[in-house]
Design a binder for this molecule. Structure first.
Ligand code: GLN
Length: 453
């Protein structure tokens, strides 16, 4: 039965935090009724999707994979999820993720890590599905759902897509409303679709995107019909290859996949040009100052008063309750980020770290502006390697952060960026290639993705 299949998959992958098959069936029934009544059907009519558990869903537990939100049932629906329901989609369940979307492997979840459906041949070591949208990537790769929402602050849609052989696009900052999405780093957070094909991503993004007055950074621009304009004919287009991304120690498999991608885009008619993004080497430290700074401010709202967990020891005063609730509710990575964030924002260090990082962020954005004078899209690896084993990097936060080296620059610049499957490494594990576009040019990104797919 459906429920037995869900239970088996759940035991193997731990992709869902809660399952809501009744919601998906209700959406399908509504599609049947609408069709019988001759009503027009939405873009996502009847499609059962997974919802990353960072989106507030009315009446359905929303945790951000943190104990501090355990049992929290929002009174409201996020704009993006509401748009998907309005387009006819139905929710199969809430997908596991790194706690508050902080991580690259899904190992920071308070609900246990997600396990990738992929294995190295002859090796039983469970692999990371990527993160933070690892429940989304694992569920799609294992065919538990055809599509899911993700969010991407520094790579959390693209890197898990690459690790599991699926596609995902982070649109231009502001395309998808952040209203009702648990905030991590507000100047970077963007929602986007994850699915098996570029076309599915385009259709789902059309349903998710659009101006929302409830989000002060929402883009007030029409949502193009990306899926209708999809074309893998890249004649007349220029693809930039950023020379600084040829890092020392880039794995031979990733370098080969990148070369293959260049060849495929040439076959599709594109001209390939060398471009420079000179401040790339500062992107990772810049991101790991700005993201924790914003996180430390955003997470101040979890105080034991307003949401989920409250730890009120006997005889405790208000300060004790804050401390006890946060000590019990936040996981170690979340605490690390809050500490880094409060440190870089503190009076003595603000100028040395936070102000500097903001300046470098501007330089990184200008690098892209210059590069896009010479090309229409940029092609790069999504991540420096294929999926690593669970436990391989979790002991060393810095090792984990280094995995984000190729994904954070586009996030800092607010640019649309997509990962598409691009072959396998020597052990048969999927690799992803990343296409970065000009602001608002999701079409160019999707078209190049289609040419590689
Ligand atoms: N891995 C990055 C981090 O830990 C990005 C996470 C994300 O995009 N949500 O911050």
């Amino acid at each position: 039965s459906f429920n037995a299949a869900v239970a088996d998959a759940q035991a193997a992958l731990n992709a869902f935090i809660v399952t809501t098959p009744e919601a998906a069936l209700a959406a399908a029934a509504k599609v049947d009724a609408d069709r019988a009544a001759g009503k027009p059907l939405g873009k996502m009519a009847g499609v059962p999707i997974g919802m990353k558990d960072l989106f507030a869903t009315k009446g359905v537990q929303t945790t951000a994979a943190s104990k501090i939100l355990a049992g929290f049932k929002p009174e409201y629906e996020s704009t993006v999820s509401q748009k998907l329901w309005d387009a006819g989609a139905g929710m199969l369940g809430k997908l596991n993720l790194d706690q508050f979307a902080m991580g690259s492997s899904n190992e920071t979840s308070a609900f246990g890590n997600v396990i990738s459906p992929w294995r190295r041949p002859g090796d039983t070591a469970p692999l990371a599905p990527g993160g933070s949208s690892g429940g989304s990537s694992a569920a799609i790769a294992a065919r538990l759902c055809p599509a899911a929402t993700g969010t991407d602050t520094g790579g959390s849609i693209r890197q898990p897509a690459a690790f599991t052989g699926i596609s995902g696009i982070k649109p231009t900052y502001g395309r998808c409303s952040r209203w009702g999405v648990v905030a991590f780093a507000s100047s970077l957070d963007q929602a986007g679709p994850m699915a098996r094909t570029v076309t599915d991503c385009a259709i789902m993004l059309e349903a998710m995107a659009g101006f929302d007055p409830k989000d002060a950074t929402s883009l007030d621009m029409p949502v193009p019909d990306w899926s209708a304009a999809l074309s893998a004919d890249l004649r007349g287009k220029k693809v930039g290859i950023p020379r600084e991304y040829r890092l020392d120690g880039l794995s031979a498999d990733v370098a080969k996949s990148w070369d293959d991608g260049i060849a495929w885009l040439k076959d599709a008619g594109a001209e390939v040009v060398d471009v420079s993004l000179p401040h790339s080497k500062y992107a990772l430290p810049t991101y790991y100052i700005i993201a924790p700074a914003e996180a430390s401010s955003n997470l101040a709202r979890y105080d034991g008063v307003r949401y989920g967990l409250r730890d009120l020891p006997d005889g405790a005063n208000l300060q004790d309750m804050y401390a006890a609730t946060r000590a019990a509710g936040f996981g170690p990575e979340v605490k690390r980020r809050i500490l880094i964030g409060t440190y870089v924002l503190s009076a003595g260090f603000y100028d040395a770290y936070y102000t500097q990082a903001q300046k470098v962020r501007t330089l990184i954005a200008r690098d892209f502006e210059e590069a896009f004078k010479q090309c229409d899209v940029i092609l790069a690896p999504t991540a420096p390697s294929a999926a690593f084993a669970l436990g391989e990097k979790s002991a060393d936060p810095l090792e984990m952060y280094l995995n984000d080296v190729f994904s954070v620059p586009a996030s800092l610049a607010g640019l649309p960026a997509m990962s598409v499957p691009a072959g396998v490494d020597a052990q048969g594990l999927p690799l992803g290639l990343q296409i970065i576009g000009r602001p608002f040019d999701e079409q160019g990104v999707l078209n190049a993705g289609l040419a590689i797919e």
